[in-house]
Structures are given as C-alpha cells and as structure tokens.
Write a protein that binds this ligand. Structure first.
Ligand code: EPU
Length: 426
C-alpha cells in the first residue's frame, strides 16, 4: 500500500457535487473517548481513512474490541481494555495517539507511550499534556527509548492554564478531567469546533462539561466512575476536507462550479473570506457551499491562526491556489514552524515562490505549473500536491499516497467523479 502513487493528468476542469465526510480530527478523539465508558459505543459518520484504522489498532492493542456497524459506523467495546501500554509502532505513526493517553490514564491509572514523533510539520512537543496531567496529580517518568509512563493513583481536578493554545491538548485534558475527582478549569483552551463536539458527546454520556468552544472550560469530574455511553455519536463534517474542496473549486471549476455538500459553512468562515478576497463568490446554504473559479483570481495574504482563524491545515492548498492568482500573496504560517516543505516541489513545478523567512513565503502569480514526480511529505501538503497536479500541464506522479489516505477517504475516486483525471497506480 505504501508503494501506491497517484497518476494525475492535469488540465481537466472539475464540476458537480462532492459530499464531505465526517471529520478526521473529531473521529480520532471520539475513538479515544470510548475508553471513558463502561459500555460499548457506536460512532457514526466515521471517515474511512488510514488514521482511523491506526487509532482502531491502537485501541485494539489495549484490549478494546472494534466492530464495523454498517456504512461509516463502528462500535467500540472498551471493556477488555486492560493494557496500559500503547503499541510503539502505531503510536509513533499517529500524532493523535497522545490523545488516547488521557482517557487511558483516567480509566486505569497508568499509561505508557512513546513520544508521538514521525511528524514533518514542526516540533510538536507534548509539554502541555504532561504539565496538565501533573497538575491533576499524575507523576511522569521518562522511560528507556524515549517513551513516557504517566501514573496517577487518583486524578484530582485542577485549575490549568495552557501556555500555548493546543487542540489535542485541550481535548485530552478535558477527557482526563471528566473522570477526575472534583472540578477542573482549563484556561486558554482551543476553540476548534471538534472540541464542543466532543464535549456534547461526553455530556450526552453523563459528563459535566461547560464552556467547550470558549477559552475557559469547566469540568466536574466523576471521581473515577466510568461514563455510560450515549447510544450513538455522529461525527461533525470535516471542515478541512470541505475547505480543501472549496479551494479546488476556486482553482479548477469554472462554469457551474463545485457544490460541496454535507458541510457546515459556519466552520468555514475564514476560508470563505479568503476566497471572497481572491475574487470567488461562494454561494452558501445551510449545509452546502457552491464555489467556482472566478474570471480573475486575485492574490490574497493569509495568516494561519487558531480557530476561527485561517486553518494551518489549509495553508498549503491555498498557496497552490495563489500560484494561479494575479499578484503577490504572502502566506504566513504562525502555528507550526516547519510547514513549507512542499514549497520547493511547487517551485520545481513552475511556481514562483520565495522564502521571506521561516514562517513566510511569497507566492507570485499567475504561473503555469508543469507535471512532475513528487512525494507527499504529509497529509495536507499531499492534498496540495494533488491540487497542483490537477492544475498542471502534463502528467504528475505523487508518491507516498499513504499520507493522503491518512485523512482523505478515497480521494481519487471522489475527484474522478468531478472530472479529474486521477488514477491510483503501483
Ligand atoms: N504545542 C506546544 N506544546 C504542546 C502542544 C502543542 O508547544 O504540548 C504547540 C505546537 O508545537 C504548535 C501549536 O502548539 O506550534 C499548536 O499545536 P496543537 O497542539 O494545537 O496541534 P495538534 O493538537 O497537535 C491538531 C490537529 C492538526 C492541526 C492542529 C492545528 C489533530 C489530531 N491534529 O494538532 O491537524 O494542524 O491541531 O489546528 O487534531 C491534520 O489534520 O493534518 C493536522 C495536522
């Protein structure tokens, strides 16, 4: 599977409708949350992606059992989860593995895990997780081979302020606190829509969480008592997938444009604003957006920010769009320190990009892109390469498709239905 490539012949226009799948970054947290329950839980609208499979393997390694329950639904039975050690190889491949540690610690009082490395978009430390657990009374030992062991006889509620705003940090500590003794206050919490979604799920299962989606979250813990899972929980639409399709539409869908359905436009305001500034005129419905390529694309500066700002996960696809826009666009990445790895490859395809400093590139457009062989370094840059290849003259081969499959369900099949010339080849 690791050897598969996308063969893309560029220059085809896109049109039609594409439905957004359930959010990867909600699904991974909901799966971890299963460990907080005394009973099995059904998760619906799950994307069929590699990261979800890895998370399933991780839970399986702990002793939980996972069953398919029809289209896009899984059932997780946490009752056999008696192991406290995350499987090294899987945990290292999945940044979200650290999210499992919070519920695991809350459930059994102990969790061992390797440093969740393997990521190419920056250092991605885990200090806020460790600090938060310590504040709740856990002790943390470094283990041989760069791993950690977190232990807590009893987790106590704490008043904890995040030094940096962290999405997974907020979610993880919120889940840990759900079973702690007493009240936890998390300050400077992240606001991403996946966080209130997770809180709603936990609250429907007996947790007491207030303020999720604001910077201050209050959690009344259960003093160790497991939660009783609500019947089923449905993932919110993937706002990053939706945003990726919006960018594809603005780049490649003249005429009737692309209709992106099954999304939540309220979660897409920053991207929609940037697209409007670029000259696109998206039409917005309750759960759909239509976007088409404007006659003239204009350069726009963007700055990635925590939600509700422009998402870092759409920075690379947006830079590809800007290669087609008239003028100079400054792309300012403020969340991660190493998220321009893709720019050299875009330059090889003909893009006119210059590195202003470690956090800023300048894209001058419009330029004609030419097909190339490129390797997908990470999930979002991989999608950006797909966009670039679809725009390019000639043929491109994108290797390391696993990275794209980590977060986008069957992207080749779905784009083909819109008119893209994309094949999965060995
Ligand atoms: N940070 C620290 N210390 C920590 C944790 C984070 O300094 O202990 C720093 C990071 O280095 C970074 C900043 O805080 O500079 C923000 O990182 P955050 O913790 O918010 O990122 P994350 O939780 O690891 C999630 C998503 C990412 C998404 C970011 C930002 C999941 C599984 N991952 O990562 O999604 O880019 O939030 O929105 O939810 C993706 O889906 O492709 C992806 C990378």
């Amino acid at each position: 599977m690791l050897l598969m490539k996308f063969l893309i012949r560029g220059g085809k226009k896109l049109s039609g409708e594409i439905a957004v799948k359930g959010a990867k970054n909600a699904a991974l947290k909901a799966m971890a949350a299963a460990l907080l329950f005394e009973n099995p839980v059904v998760l619906e609208n799950m994307p069929l992606i590699e990261d979800v499979s890895r998370a399933g393997e991780l839970l399986g390694g702990l002793g939980a059992s996972i069953k398919k329950r029809g289209e896009g639904a899984i059932e997780i039975d946490p009752r056999g989860a008696v192991q406290s050690e995350l499987e090294q190889e899987i945990a290292k491949r999945l940044r979200a593995s650290v999210v499992v540690v919070g519920p695991l610690l809350a459930r059994g009082g102990k969790a061992s895990f390797p440093y969740p490395g393997g990521c190419v978009i920056g250092r991605r430390p885990i200090d806020v997780f460790l600090d938060g657990w310590r504040a709740m009374g856990a002790t943390i030992k470094m283990e041989k081979g760069n791993g950690f062991c977190v232990e807590a006889g009893k987790l106590r509620g704490a008043d904890y302020t995040f030094r940096v705003v962290s999405v997974t940090g907020t979610e993880t500590l919120m889940m840990t606190a759900a079973l702690a003794e007493g009240r936890t206050v998390l300050r400077n919490a992240a606001l991403e829509p996946e966080i209130p979604a997770l809180a709603r799920f936990l609250n429907s299962s007996g947790a007491r969480i207030r303020g999720a989606g604001t910077p201050t979250i209050e959690i009344e813990g259960t003093a160790g008592k497991l939660l009783r899972a609500a019947e089923a929980f449905r993932m919110i639409p993937d706002r990053i997938e939706a945003g990726s399709f919006l960018i594809l539409g603005a780049a490649l869908a003249p005429g009737d444009g692309l209709r992106i359905s099954g999304c939540n436009p309220e979660h897409l305001t920053a991207v929609l604003a940037a697209l409007r500034d670029a000259g696109a005129r998206p039409e917005i419905g309750k759960d759909w957006v239509t976007v088409r390529r404007p006659e003239k694309l204009r350069a726009v500066n963007i700055q990635t920010r925590e939600y509700p700002g422009f998402p870092t996960d759409l920075q690379a696809p947006f830079a590809v769009l800007m290669t087609q826009a008239e003028g100079e666009s400054i792309i300012f990445e403020t969340i991660f320190e190493n998220r321009f790895g893709y720019a050299e490859d875009l330059k090889r395809m003909g893009a006119n990009i210059f590195f202003a400093d470690q956090h800023r590139i300048v894209v001058k457009g419009p330029t004609v892109l030419r097909g190339r062989e490129i390797e997908s370094p990470d999930l979002r840059a991989g999608l950006a390469f797909v966009a670039a290849a679809l725009l390019a003259e000639g043929e491109s081969k994108i290797s390391n498709v696993y990275q794209i499959d980590r977060g986008y369900e069957k992207i080749d099949e779905r784009l083909r239905k819109l008119g893209a010339d994309i094949e999965r080849v060995r």
